[in-house]
Design a protein around this ligand. Structure first.
Ligand code: ATP
Ligand code: MG
Length: 355
């Protein structure tokens, strides 16, 4: 069942279309992430859901309840939406003890004292903060401060948790740990999550579905696996994970690497509807390319222009005419050496029209 629903949600700042006719349904208990380049409208979307930003057009519902609609001149203020929020900046008050930081939103909601104490302690317990409840948050580590922000959001027992790069100020190790903690808390409390991050592996690890956005426009909404394996367009292919694009020319019924005389091997024919005159782009992932022997003539020939050992794997740059393809193989795989000619087989090639 859909829980949060955005219908044609649009936000304009002057001439800038920050969010353009966004339609979304987020399920109850779902973890939903938004990914996209800087400035594509992620924070603006989250702020509209939270109620900090009004809409230029469209409507937002929680269940059957309308919460924002400029046309109907209706707007439910943030404190009545029952959403927990954690934003990138910790936004905690260093002059108040940890306990009061967490209790604060409950106090402004005028809940009975016993209820405030119960919920605050529950949230502190869930985030492992009970023993530092009387301390100033200023003395806590980055992860500790982040926990205070999370505990405060949890204390209101939110229907939806809105998280805007909540872990970006933590070091990689802590980030990974906190990401599992957030997931555990979600299981325990059952809230839905709308998560904004620049970190793709974070989005992949946490999310049931991912939205990829570009310049305020949705490109794809899908499971992490599908966004990676079946990108809806070239932008999504290039934005998610590592990617290679080779420019290919179609001439007289044959395909060439652009600027080269070499024919593409038979195994690399573009799909029927793309054959014709004009430029094509052949997409592949560095991890989905094999080195093959030269004998069967079915590989893409190139020269190793760079070879770097990156710990778990070896990173190759292969020059094909004037273009380059990146290949990554496990550190134990036997590959060609710098300056050697090699043959590549693309395991999952994708084709896009244009360069
Ligand atoms: N208050 C504002 N006034 C004018 N323009 C704004 C305002 N807030 C955001 N914008 C513009 O709206 C667009 C979307 O901004 P937004 O902050 O939502 O992007 P974002 O996807 O969160 O980016 P980042 O990944 O850098 O956080 C940008 O072009 C931004 O400059
Ligand atoms: Mg942002």
């Amino acid at each position: 069942m859909s829980h949060v629903r955005l219908l044609n949600v649009t936000k304009k700042f002057g001439d800038v279309s920050a969010v353009n006719s966004l339609n979304l349904e987020i399920g109850k208990g779902e973890c939903f992430s938004m990914l996209g380049p800087s400035g594509c409208g992620k924070t603006t979307t989250l702020r509209m859901v939270a109620g900090f930003e009004d809409l230029s057009d469209g409507e937002i519902y929680v269940g059957d309840r309308l919460i924002s609609s400029p046309k109907k001149n209706y707007y439910l203020p943030p404190e009545r939406r029952n959403f927990g929020m954690v934003f990138q900046a910790f936004a905690i008050w260093p002059h108040l003890p940890v306990y009061e930081n967490v209790a604060f939103p409950l106090r402004i909601r005028n809940l009975p004292a016993a209820e405030i104490e119960k919920r605050t302690k529950d949230a502190l317990r869930s985030t492992n903060l009970l023993k530092v409840a009387a301390d100033s948050p200023a003395n806590l580590s980055g992860g500790g401060k982040q926990r205070v922000a999370l505990a405060r959001a949890l204390a209101i027992n939110p229907d939806v948790m809105l998280l805007d790069e909540p872990l970006s100020s933590l070091d990689p190790h802590l980030r990974e740990e906190m990401r599992f903690e957030i997931k555990d808390l979600q299981r325990k409390y059952g809230f839905s999550i709308i998560y904004v991050t620049h970190d793709q592996s974070e989005a992949m690890a946490l999310s049931d579905r991912i939205l990829v956005m570009k310049a305020g426009v949705v490109q794809q909404v899908d499971t992490p696996l599908n966004v990676y394996n079946k990108p809806a367009n070239k932008f999504v292919f290039s934005f998610i994970g590592l990617s290679n694009f080779l420019n290919i020319a179609w001439e007289d019924g044959r395909t060439f690497v652009s600027g080269e005389n070499t024919l593409l091997p038979q195994s690399l024919m573009p799909p029927e509807d793309m054959r014709g005159s004009g430029a094509l782009s052949l997409a592949s992932r560095p991890s989905e390319i094999d080195f093959v022997s030269d004998d069967d003539g079915d590989g893409l020939r190139g020269v190793v222009s760079r070879k770097a050992f990156l710990g778990e794997f070896i990173d190759y740059q292969i020059k094909i005419g004037g273009q380059e393809v990146r290949v990554q193989k496990g550190r134990r795989a036997l590959g060609p050496n710098l300056g050697e000619t090699c043959c590549l087989r693309l395991l999952r090639p994708s084709w896009y029209a244009g360069e």
